[in-house]
Design a protein around this ligand. Structure first.
Ligand code: PLP
Ligand code: ZN
Length: 423
């Protein structure tokens, strides 16, 4: 089995090992694979059987689905392994949203703490296959952390471009730890993205931004794995935070392919949730996607602080094909949702909580029914953004509703008793 890259704008076909980041016409590339030898129940059984296998490829929650990811790469794969993230049911979180059947697909359980690992295992595998001499990305932090780790594993030099002063501490720390050359760009994420595209063209570095079509193939497995965990019974809704729209694009592609191949017989509706201060896609949705919007982004959820999303066109298709919606939530709603998720012992980073806040908002607006079967994707780990966490819990003017203030005491039993008595 092999694959092709196809331009979404002009339809030109590129070889699967062509290193260009875009088509010469400027269009985004999309990967298409030869159809797998089996479909429907036989393909489901093949994927299910691999869950009990000891083969390292089968044990990855990405490469288990390799016929739909990159079938010809099997012997060159750079895998941690990744994926195999839990699908959680937690009553306090479900109750808060008003959706009793809510479950959480926790992508923070990936090796570097976000779903970006699913894209990077494929992207870095592809970098190695085409013999690139270095890899680069622009990032709000998690893409950089994932590329740094997978690049290190592949022995490739890594160049990451992040907006200075706007990257959560855990993510910046990871990039440095894994040895990436970390460039703090005096500009926002959108400036980083423009810069890295110029650099990639001029220096011949392989670009692993979310427009990279191989990363999209890896991120499709969030949906494939959650469908598998649901016993291939399709939920009514899948809700997730949307920034650069890579996941929006990947989820729609995964679902369309899963239906064509007979893995599922109907589509869930996608609910892409944006922060109110970084919501160009939601603006577009309100107008039936009549035109593309760009905004100057501002939100506490730095992973989705993106004003000019790269995967716009592909994401529009995903929302249209799934009868999906795009909604916004405020930073206050995001932080409250995060406090609820955290206090349930689950934990996630701010952007991830947008999906849970979005489910509550869509329930309140009557768009999601109370008895609906909903999966919300938590995209990143609670330790990614300790800065946002600590300022929430230490804030005093006024203290947020769910703040859990640390208490400094003298080293005496009496001091402990005084505190304990209070609570
Ligand atoms: C990258 C990222 C997002 C945004 O995903 P897109 O595919 O860019 O829309 C959301 N949450 C976290 C934690 C991320 O790292
Ligand atoms: Zn083209």
């Amino acid at each position: 089995m092999s694959s092709l890259q196809v331009c979404a704008a002009c339809g030109d076909k590129l070889h699967e090992l062509d290193p260009r980041a875009r088509c010469d016409c400027g269009g985004l590339l999309e990967v298409r694979h030869d159809p797998p030898p089996v479909t429907g129940a036989a393909l489901r059984e093949r994927f299910d059987a691999r869950m009990g296998s000891l083969d390292p490829l089968d044990r990855s929650g990405v490469w288990r689905f390799r016929e739909l990811v990159l079938p010809s790469a099997a012997d060159q794969v750079v895998s941690h392994p990744e994926g195999n993230t839990p699908l959680l049911a937690r009553a306090p979180i479900a109750d808060w949203t008003g959706i009793a059947g809510l479950r959480l697909k926790h992508e923070g359980h990936n090796p570097t703490g976000s779903f970006k690992d699913r894209g990077m295992t494929v992207g870095v595998t592809q970098a190695r296959r085409i013999g690139s001499r270095a890899v680069a990305c622009a990032s709000t932090g998690n893409t950089a952390a994932a590329l740094a780790a997978y690049g290190a594993q592949a022995g490739l030099p890594v160049l990451v471009f992040v907006p200075t002063g706007q990257v959560a501490l855990g993510k910046l720390a990871q990039s440095l730890a894994y040895g990436a050359k970390t460039l703090l760009v005096r500009g926002d994420f959108d400036a980083c993205l423009r810069l890295v595209q110029q650099v990639a063209d001029e220096l011949g570095v392989y670009l692993l931004n979310s427009i990279n079509p191989f990363r999209v193939e890896g991120q499709k497995t969030i949906v494939l794995e959650l469908l598998q965990q649901c016993g291939w019974r399709v939920p009514d809704w899948i809700a997730f935070p949307a920034g650069n729209l890579g996941n929006t694009a990947a989820f729609g592609k995964a679902l369309a392919e899963a239906r064509v191949l007979g893995l599922i017989d109907r589509l869930p509706r996608l609910a892409a949730i944006q922060a109110a201060g970084a919501a160009p896609f939601a603006l577009g949705f309100q107008e039936g996607f009549a035109r593309r919007h760009r905004v100057t982004a501002e939100t506490v959820a730095t992973a989705i602080k993106i004003g000019d999303p790269a995967s716009w066109d592909r994401a529009v298709r995903s929302i249209r094909e799934t009868n999906g919606v795009v909604a916004t939530v405020t930073d206050a709603e995001i932080l409250e949702a995060k406090a609820i998720v955290d206090a349930a012992g689950v934990g996630c980073e701010p952007a991830s909580a947008a999906s849970v806040a979005g489910v509550k908002a869509l329930r309140a607006r009557g768009i999601i029914a109370p008895e609906a079967d909903v999966v919300a994707v938590l995209t990143g780990h609670v330790l990614k953004d300790p800065g946002a966490l600590l300022s929430y819990h230490r804030e005093t003017e006024p203290a947020p509703a769910h703040a859990n203030r640390p208490i400094e005491i003298e080293p005496t039993v009496a001091a402990v008793a005084a505190v304990f008595g209070r609570s």
